[in-house]
Ligand binder design. Structure first.
Ligand code: NAP
Length: 499
């Protein structure tokens, strides 16, 4: 179950949000009375309440907003119990002072907003002695391993226990705590109303992560990267799992570069079955892989790790395959049946991770490749690795190419009025493939259409790399159309000014 926290300064707004949440399907709501600017009127808040509630009044020392006296706060908590609130949240030091009464369940809690203390297991054991119906321990994750530790507390618990870690390093533990037996997790009313660091909105928890369908058997997948917060991968993979009835959840794992290897070891406890891998881990993750495809070996980077039935990690690069498929799609009837690119000249903009995967793939299909990148040294290095030529960034307009590939982020949201290539350099009949997928219709693609070029958007590549990952994760056919639809819904509609 998802408990949605409401923190509003006015009673009226708290009541309205409570009703709205009930209409949106919430079954438990936490009323954060410390947010109210006036003395809480419990009678008004609890009368005709549309769902069961957790009454919480957090002190400033626990990062709450309560401004009254401690005596007043405890009196209100007692009153909530007398008034029959379904749950009250009592901090460990306060719980012994507030007796059990009626049917109100006691959540005995501990919060640490700075760290996950070394003695968190002892703290948890102490809370278990305080006549709790539910024990709640929530700490700050300063490393992903902290969040794993919190989930281990839930998994080993003998009493109903909610434990997870705050901060974006711990977000996955908010989603996974139910798998290990937590009676509920916490979410916010909406994405812009975070009451604690790393909290997800009710909508994300319910509709993206499908929290209520996560159970002990649910398989775990995720995105390894830094940052990961704005990735669309959780949206499309979770929707795809649901569409084919595959019992799995796909979560964001933000892992800082220096912690990658030790975190992957810690994550073995989570029994993760597969990862999508993004910046900055695409190369470093190979150290953890036991086996890899030839493409991964030659490119030197992977975007997918899949656990084999024998326990070994297999590294794939689905970006390279997806890029080739996108180019062949763009060539349409001009694409040779064997998928070869012999006789085609590709101008590749950028020399980063995506350019490297695409460069390797097109060279492998027989294309002649020229690289143009802002930093000449990087262009030269990639050209040497791929056995192709390069030109300076300033001279990119002088190359006569059949296929132009943008492997830079230029034109990406919010800089939608930028193009990595001038309109007058484009020639009729050329294929222009922009790997940028947000927005779908970039300024470069607009120029290309105006010049009667063929075009392929980054969405085609994004869908295809995700679809191939999905196949590797599930051994099932991917719901490609659904993936495309989900991405289109999620990316911002864009209006590009006329050039
Ligand atoms: P990356 O490793 O950081 O490389 C970025 C490349 O773009 C570098 O060569 C960089 O040049 C160049 N660049 C950055 N800003 C520039 C600017 N203002 N002007 C000129 N060149 C610039 O990133 P990546 O992983 O290759 O990703 C690049 C882009 O590919 C992403 O932003 C995304 O839009 C797209 N992408 C698409 C998909 C898909 O499935 N469609 C998947 C992944 C990525 P310097 O070396 O000079 O910094």
């Amino acid at each position: 179950m998802i408990c949605v926290s409401i923190g509003r300064t006015r009673h009226k707004m708290m009541i309205l949000e409570h009703r709205a949440l009930a209409e949106r399907g919430a079954r438990l709501v936490e009323l954060r009375l410390d947010w109210l600017s006036r003395l809480p009127d419990l009678g008004r808040l609890l009368k005709d309440r549309p769902t069961p509630v957790v009454v919480t009044i957090r002190r400033p020392s626990d990062r709450g907003r309560w401004r009254g006296s401690e005596e007043q706060r405890q009196m209100l908590l007692r009153q909530a119990i007398v008034d029959g609130a379904e749950y009250v949240d009592l901090e460990g030091d306060v719980a012994p002072k507030i007796p059990r009464y009626g049917n109100t369940k006691r959540i005995v809690s501990f919060h640490d907003f700075d760290e996950t203390p070394d003695r968190i297991e002892e703290i948890y054991a102490e809370l278990c002695e305080l006549d709790a119906d539910i024990v709640k321990v929530v700490t700050m994750a300063n490393a992903p391993a902290d969040a794993v530790r919190m989930l281990q507390i839930v998994a080993d618990a003998r009493k109903p226990t909610i434990a997870f870690a705050m901060g974006d390093l711990g977000t996955f533990s908010r989603i996974l705590c139910g798998k290990y037996g937590a009676p509920f997790t916490y979410a916010t009313f909406s994405a812009d109303r975070e009451l604690a660091p790393g909290q997800l909105s009710f909508d994300e928890m319910k509709n993206v992560y499908r929290y209520d369908s996560i159970g002990p058997q649910t398989k775990v997948f995720g995105l390894l990267g830094d940052p990961v917060a704005h990735s669309l991968s959780p949206l499309i993979h979770n929707a795809s799992f649901a569409a084919v009835g595959f019992d799995a959840v796909y979560v964001p794992f933000r892992v800082p570069t220096h912690l990658l290897q030790e975190t992957l070891k810690e994550f073995e406890w989570l029994d993760v079955r597969g990862y999508s891998v993004t910046i900055p881990h695409k190369e470093a993750v190979l150290q953890y892989a036991d086996v890899c495809t030839e493409a991964v070996r030659e490119i030197g980077a992977a975007n997918t790790l899949v656990k084999q039935p024998d326990g070994r990690w297999f590294a794939h690069n689905t970006d390279a395959e997806a890029a080739i498929e996108s180019i062949l799609l763009g060539l349409g009837e001009d694409a040779p049946p064997d998928g070869s690119l012999h006789g085609k000249h590709v101008l590749l903009l950028g020399a980063g991770g995506v350019a490297r995967a695409i460069g390797w793939a097109v060279v492998n299909r027989g294309a002649k490749v020229t690289i143009a990148s802002r930093t000449p040294k990087r262009a030269a290095k990639l050209a040497e690795q791929l056995g192709c030529t390069y030109v300076t960034w300033e001279n990119r307009g002088s190359v006569t190419a059949d296929i132009l590939v943008n492997g830079t982020p230029v034109g990406m949201h919010p800089n939608v009025d930028e193009s990595p290539y001038e309109a007058h350099w484009l020639r009729e009949g050329m294929l222009v493939f922009d790997t940028v997928y947000n927005p779908e219709r970039t300024l470069l693609l607009k120029y290309a259409r105006e010049r009667d070029c063929r075009t392929v958007s980054g969405i085609e590549m994004f869908v295809r790399q995700a679809a191939r990952q999905f196949e590797l994760f599930t051994n099932q056919s991917p719901p490609t159309e659904l993936m495309r639809q989900k991405i289109r819904q999620a990316i911002s509609p864009v209006v590009i000014k006329d050039a």
